[in-house]
Every structure is written in C-alpha cells, then in structure tokens.
Ligand binder design. Sequence first.
Ligand code: URA
Length: 190
Amino acid sequence: MDFETLKRECLACRRCGLCETRRHVVFGQGVETAEVMFVGEGPGEHEDELGQPFVGRSGQLLDHYLEAVDLDRNKNIFIANIVKCRPPQNRDPAPEESAACLPWLRTQFSLIRPKIVVCLGRIAAQQLISHDFSVTKDHGKFFQKQQTLFMATLHPAALLRNPRSKPSAFGDFVALREKILEVCDHTYET
Ligand code: URA
C-alpha cells in the first residue's frame, strides 16, 4: 500500500465509535520519509476542527521544543497519534478505540520506517513501549524494539499544567538530538 492510499482509506475509517462524533480524522502531518516520528494520544478540539495534529496550545509548545533541536513538522519529522479521531470531552481513548486505530499507525510505521519514535505522554508510551511504562521515571531513555528506537517524553499538555517539568522535557529533546546525530542519516542534512 502507498501513503496516499493509506491516507484516503484512513480518512474514511469507521472502525470504532469515535467516527460518530469526529469532525475530522487526524491522519498525521509531516514528511513521509522522516527518520523521526512523534506519537501523541489523540486529537483535541482544535485538531478535530482542523484535521491536523498538535495545533492547539500544546502544539505550540511542542513546536517550540522541536525548533530548539532543529526539528520541524514540515521538514524532517512526522507527527501522528494513537487514536486518529477525537475522544469526546478529551477523555482517554478507550482500549477498544486504541486497538481499532493502532493498525493505521502500524501501517504508517511500516511505510515511513522511522529510526526513532518519540512517544508524547503516558498513553502513547504504554501502547508503544510497555503497558506499565512510567513517563515520570523513564522519560528520555531509549528502548530498542526490532529495528526502531523508542523514547517517551512528557506530554506538552502536562507541561502546560506543570511548568516545573519543562527543564526535564527539554533535556529529553537534547538527548533526542544527540541520538539523531548518532543514528540518523538525513534528518539534519542541508
Ligand atoms: N494532544 C495529543 O495527544 N495529540 C494531538 O494531536 C493534540 C493534542
């Protein structure tokens, strides 16, 4: 399957109940050949309205951290979510919603083939790294799974609620930059 076909099919998805209340499927945004992918939890109100990931206040904060380490959703990364439709009232995605949606993300991984996946927050880390993952304890550490390195950092919405965690999140982005320089080929070229 190619990326355009995947996107077209995903935008028409009715695999779980979130399709009844969504305004847009948030497929993801960025570069199809990215070596680094970021995965959040699920669209919020602004993302649902615009059909793009991380466009609200937490997205602005995320873009700020990305810029600090020369990453940019229009140039060298791809951003997606565990669930592609907004859970009503921004509740956590239900297990059956994540399970129904994950094959879309898995296909995105298999087409993009990122070298590094950064989980934004607990929900993504527990789905993609391990079910009992503690972001507080294990943020910023890299875990090799098959051919891919996974790391989790604090969710930007958590940083907005608790600004005292910002220095540790920034440390994760600095560690990410070091890892990119070590294992990626073209993320920082030009
Ligand atoms: N929070 C997320 O986890 N994902 C988004 O796309 C926006 C906010």
